[in-house]
Structure formats: C-alpha cells, structure tokens
Ligand binder design. Structure first.
Ligand code: ADP
Ligand code: LRH
Length: 478
C-alpha cells in the first residue's frame, strides 16, 4: 500500500484545497481532504485576500490530513503569484492586497519613470502585468507603508513562515515579482537600488525540493502532529507546479494551465529576452529544476465565473439559477458564429459586470455583440480558444519550436467545449488533464525530496509518474 505521507496546500484565485498523497512503484495516489472558496474581501476602496480565512481553512485541511495519515512527513504550499504580506518583527502589517485591486497603475507610472519598460525586461524577462509585485511595491513605497516593513513574504512563503517560523522566498514565485534577475536567477540588487527598494526586503531564495523547516511546536500541536513534519519548498507559484504535472513528451508540446487564468506557453531551457518577445508580452518565469516557463497570461475562466456572478447578482432575471453545466450545454448547441473579442483587454481584469463589458468591447469594434447568456458563454470560450491558438503560434515563432500537441491542465480541462474549440482554432491535437495538475506537481516535488521517487529523477521522469497515474482525454480538430 502507498503511504499517503505528503500534503499539498494549493491556493487558487477561485478556490483552495488540501490534498494528501504519495508515490509508490511509480504511481501517485492522492485524496482531497479540504476544498474551500477563495472569496476576496472589499474594504473601502481596496480589494484584499482573506488571508486569515485561507489560513484557517488550510489548517483545518492539514489537521484532517494528519489525522487520516499519521505518518505524514512533508507539506508543500503553492498559490497564485505576485501577491505578498508585509511584516515587521514577524507581525503582518496589513491585509495582503488582491492583484485585481485598482491601485497598481500608479505603481507602473513610478517604476517606468525610473526604469523604462524595455530595460526592465532585460533585467527580469517578465511580461508586463500591471500587478507585478514590483509595481505594487512602488505604490506602498510612495505611501510610506513599505518603509514600515522589515520583510515582504509572497503568499506561499507567508504561510510557510506561519507554519515553520522560517522566512524564505521560493524561486519560481520569486520570478514573478519583477525583481529577480533573468540572467543569473538571483535578486537583482541593482534594480532594487534604482527603484529605491531595500535590498533585504525579500528573504533569501530557496529552490523547489529544499526544506524550509519543521512545523513550529505550537503549530504542530494545533495540527495534531506527533512526529516532526517538514515544510518542503515546491514550485510555490501554482503555475510552476502545474507545469511539472503536464504529461508532455519531447519538444513539440505546448501547455495551457487553465483556471482563473489561462497560462499559455512552452517549457524551454534558456530565457528568450528579445525585443520581439517583449513586444508580444511573453514572460520568462522560473520553472522547477531551472527550466523557463515561456508563456503569456491570456485571461481565463475568470471571464466566465465573473459573468456567472453577475447573472446570479441580477435577481430580476428569470434564468438566475443557471448552473455551469447547463450554460455550457446551451453554448455548445449554438451553431451560428458568435463575436470573438480580445479576452486580454485590460478592462476585463477588475471585478464587475463582464457581460456588459464584453458587449461594449464588441460595439466599439463594430462586431455584433452576444445577446443571450449562452451566446455570451460561447463568445467567451471562442475568444479564449482563438487567443490560445494565436499565442501558441507566436510562441513557436519566438522560440523556433514546432508544436504538435496542446496539453490543457487545471479546472478548465473539464470544459469539453473549450477543449474542442482550442483544437478547432489551433488545428492541433489537444490532450486534456489532469485536473489537479497544480497539486500533483506540488506532491511530486515533495515525493522526490523525501525519496518516494528516485531523488535524481528529471522532470521527464516525474511526468512519467503523471502518465502512470492519470488518464487524458483527446480532442482532434474538426
Ligand atoms: P484556480 O486554481 O485558478 O482557482 P481551477 O484550476 O480550480 O482554478 O479552475 C477553476 C475553473 O475551472 C472554474 O472557474 C470553472 O470554469 C472550471 N471548472 C471547474 N469544474 C468544471 C467542470 N466540471 N466543468 C467545466 N469547467 C469546470
Ligand atoms: C495563476 C497565477 C498566474 C499569475 C496570476 C497572478 O493562478 O498564478 O500564473 O500570473 O495567478
């Protein structure tokens, strides 16, 4: 029997989960113990993560995992990127902001005045997203809040600190801050100095597979742990963990990590920091084992979930209680063409009335807008699929690779209409699954660290464990 002695804490922007599992004979087995919604908090004009509630929920999940698997030896934590808590003397100074908060544009202005966008890209190799940590820091430095802090911890590192008492910054997530050098993988001290940021604000780097520390005694007691449990660094950027679990083989695969966001791209060995890559707004994020995640954020199922939230909110509407499954079935039944819009237009980033924004976009561009709910859903999915196809074609050009297969992982891999449309728009084979790629990638790096798989295993070998353990669904273009 496989000892389910590892626990993955995976916090997505839409929901979080705790899953425990283990690998034996090259097969991963896992069991979910907790799932919880991740509901943002609005305080006055600003938007925050409910970090206390998330920590309480994940602690309940860990307690349950330890109860059900008393031999649990390791915990790995991942979450969405870029966001952080500021601390002084180990105390959290404020409630972490949500990356969709409206404050970021001022930060972009401040940073770009000091370092022009093209020069910034030669430093960090990152796509421009208004919410990259560096821009958020600039806002907090201007207000004076940052100066109160002696440490900034990215969300998984903050949770790791609460669990172990150790402050570290995990590398894959560090690569989304805008302050990590794309050339040598270390904190870019020169850039920080030019931006007036304290060099030691972000703690020392740790790589996936390394130990962060053991649960501190009061935490271990609250979680019901009897034996020592270590927190192991994993690809703490959720997308980095998801890419570990993409069951791709060879060089001819692209991936789409499909959830709140769609992260569309390739795994490569060396960063591409050309002017063409910058203009196409591609990013070189750090992957596990020193790989590069060459990808773009192409909006995602946020457009759909936020539309559904709007419809739920609209109490007078007869179709109010439409569930996802029936909406998708209605959308699949549409046979006439629907509007294709740019899902990455900045107007779709903040929370709000998505169907109206989509219709406005279409009217401004002289396109017949979607009218019914099913048409809005179909329009969102067609637009995402068209953007995926376009992004993969650009990635091929920028890297000289040729893509034959697109892997879709994450919650969105269950959206059969989206998978089929992706095959149709790209003209390529799509392989969908696994759904819980992020938690799987998280568990696999722990499994390698504790020796449940050969400690010298490559990513290719870890992906063989994924293929041994989960099936995929094939979609061919029609
Ligand atoms: P995140 O990690 O960003 O929180 P997930 O990977 O959990 O996101 O994906 C969430 C999305 O997956 C939802 O917004 C929803 O659109 C989609 N999804 C989840 N379950 C299903 C399903 N059964 N059918 C179709 N889509 C689904
Ligand atoms: C996906 C994700 C993505 C980031 C965004 C902030 O959950 O981590 O890779 O760009 O959230």
């Amino acid at each position: 029997a496989v000892g389910l002695t590892l626990a993955a804490v995976d916090l997505g922007a839409t929901s979080g989960r705790v899953i425990f599992g283990g690998v034996a004979d090259g097969v991963l087995r896992m069991k979910p113990v907790a799932r919880f919604a991740n509901v943002p908090q609005f305080l006055g004009e600003s938007m925050h993560w409910n970090i206390q509630s998330l920590f309480a929920e994940l602690s309940t999940g860990l307690r349950e995992a330890i109860l059900r698997s008393p031999g649990l030896v390791s915990i790995g934590i991942d979450s969405w990127a870029v966001d952080y808590g500021l601390l002084r003397g180990g105390e959290l100074l404020g409630i972490p902001h949500h990356y969709r908060d409206g404050r970021n544009l001022r930060g972009v202005e401040i940073v770009h005045e000091l370092v022009a966008p093209d020069e910034l890209f030669t430093h960090n190799g990152l796509q421009h997203l208004d919410f990259n940590t560096v821009f958020q820091f600039a806002v907090e430095a201007e207000s004076g809040f940052l100066n109160l802090a002696d440490a900034a911890l990215l969300v998984p590192d903050l949770i790791g600190f609460w669990l172990t008492g150790q402050m570290r910054t995990e590398r894959t997530n560090a690569s989304t801050t805008g302050l990590l050098s794309v050339r040598n993988g270390d904190w870019d001290a020169d850039l920080m100095e030019r931006l007036g940021l304290p060099a030691d604000l972000l703690p020392a780097l740790v790589s996936p597979g390394e130990s962060i520390g053991e649960l501190r005694a009061p935490v271990a007691e609250r979680l019901g742990a009897v034996e020592p449990i270590q927190v192991t660094a994993v690809g703490s950027h959720d997308t980095a963990s998801a890419v570990v679990a993409v069951p791709m083989e060879g060089q001819n695969s692209a991936y789409i990590s499909s959830g709140t966001w769609s992260l569309v791209g390739l795994e490569i060995d060396e960063p591409v920091v050309t002017e063409e890559a910058r203009r196409a707004n591609f990013t070189n994020e750090g992957g596990v084992d020193g790989t590069i995640r060459f990808l773009k954020n192409v909006s995602g199922l946020w457009l759909l979930s936020e539309s559904m939230r709007q419809w739920e909110h609209d109490a007078t509407d007869a179709q109010r209680s439409s569930d996802l499954e029936s909406l998708l079935a209605e959308a699949a039944a549409i046979t006439t063409p629907v509007a294709v819009f740019d899902p990455s237009d900045g107007r779709f980033t903040p929370p709000g009335d998505m169907p109206t924004r989509i219709r406005d976009w279409c009217c401004e561009h002289g396109i017949d807008p979607p009218h019914t709910r099913a048409e809005v859903v179909r329009s969102i999915l067609e637009s995402l699929a068209a953007a995926y196809a376009q992004t993969i074609a650009t990635a091929e050009k920028l890297t000289g690779r040729s893509v034959e297969t697109i892997h879709i992982v994450g919650g969105g891999s269950q959206n059969t209409l989206l998978c089929q449309l992706t095959a149709n728009h790209s003209g390529l084979r799509v392989l969908a699954g696994p759904v819980e790629a992020t938690a799987i990638g998280n568990l696999l790096i722990q499994a390698r660290a504790v020796g449940q798989v050969d400690p010298t295993s490559s990513l290719d070998e870890l992906r063989q464990v994924v293929r041994n353990s989960f099936s995929v669904t094939e979609y061919l273009p029609v």
